[in-house]
Design a protein around this ligand. Structure first.
Ligand code: NAP
Length: 293
């Protein structure tokens, strides 16, 4: 049995959901990874289903071309969604956390990423048919085989997290948080993360780009407020959005989604920004559309 060292992710994590859209050839993908590493972004977030099941292989081609990069990074992946697509013509998309499926997808991620070990694997969405004890056995088996160092979940409620955590230690819950998506502040997931001392991973910190392009009333209110604060602080809107997430006491790891190095740089710059509560709450207030009660 391999004993895993404690999980350490870089403060900012790079997300690869959209890698296929970046249209980079293999050499450019290698350069992009090297530049991310140079910025201090050493953790890379994947999922088996990203890019219609093709994204991991794009990243893996880069690791195959430059194998020395692997030792300088932490690889995160996810499984548990059977996504209906041309690749997988299921009758409908559904969730599957059975031993056979989790094992098959982990082994596929290993092949696609050209690695023999994943640093962290997350159950992507809560599977209502999950047998927690059986899934914990699967985690133990894949850990013992040296294929996965740490386990976690994504998009799980606090009680769903607690159920699985009781059977097997989980390292994190990867959840959505941004100035346009604030449910996690109230739904107990971030409270639980603090209670357990497990830093959450945060997806879509820029609300998938809606922060910049959204034309709905909430997006426009938040953008106006954030542009004023960012202007006063002399930082970009991206930096301010990451600083707003990072200000939460659960010590979250926000995940970037952009292929542009400048966007990654702006995310990393947020590590040097400490928002005053008045500014943090001004963004909260703009998002809600009403003052605190
Ligand atoms: N666990 C889950 O269920 C889950 C769900 C979603 C995502 N994730 C993870 O979280 C990562 C980040 O999610 P995300 O991609 O939604 O993150 P995000 O940072 O909220 O959004 C990234 C998107 O915003 C766009 N954007 C950034 N700056 C912009 C600007 N100035 N103007 C207009 N558009 C701009 C980017 O386009 P450009 O590339 O042009 O900058 C990109 O399309 C994913 O890669 C994935 O790893 C996990």
């Amino acid at each position: 049995m391999t004993t895993a060292s404690p999980l350490t992710l870089s403060p900012i994590v790079a997300g690869l959901w959209r890698i296929a859209e970046w249209k980079l050839d293999v050499a450019a993908r290698v350069r992009w990874i090297e530049q991310a590493l140079a910025l201090g972004i050493t953790s890379f977030d994947h999922a088996d289903i990203y890019g219609d099941y093709q994204a991991e292989a794009l990243f893996g081609e880069a690791l195959k071309a430059a194998p020395s990069l692997r030792a300088r990074m932490q690889l995160v992946s996810k499984c548990g969604i059977r996504l209906r697509s041309a690749q997988r013509p299921y009758r409908l998309s559904h969730y599957d956390t059975s031993a056979g499926y989790v094992r098959a997808q982990v082994e596929q991620s290993l092949r696609n990423l050209h690695t023999d070990r994943l640093d962290l694997v997350l159950i992507h969405r809560p599977d209502y048919l999950m047998d927690a004890a059986a899934l914990a056995d699967t985690f133990v088996a894949l850990t013992r085989e040296g294929k996965v160092a740490h386990w976690g979940v994504s998009n799980h409620s606090a009680s769903q997290f607690a159920l699985l955590h009781q059977h097997h230690p989980l390292a994190t819950n990867q959840i959505e948080l941004s100035p346009l998506a604030m449910d996690a502040l109230d739904d107990g997931t971030l409270d639980q993360a603090q209670q357990l001392g497990l830093r959450p991973m945060i997806w879509s910190p820029l609300a998938g780009g809606r922060l910049f392009t959204g034309e709905d009333a909430q997006a426009m209110r938040v953008r106006t407020e954030m542009e004023a604060i960012a202007g006063r602080l002399g930082i970009s809107l991206t930096t301010l959005a990451f600083a707003w997430v990072l200000r939460h006491p659960s010590r979250p790891h926000p995940i970037t989604g952009s292929g542009r190095l400048e966007s990654l740089r702006e995310a990393v710059a947020a590590l040097d920004v400490h928002l005053e509560p008045e500014d943090w709450y001004a963004i909260w207030t703009a998002s809600k559309g009403h003052p605190v009660p």
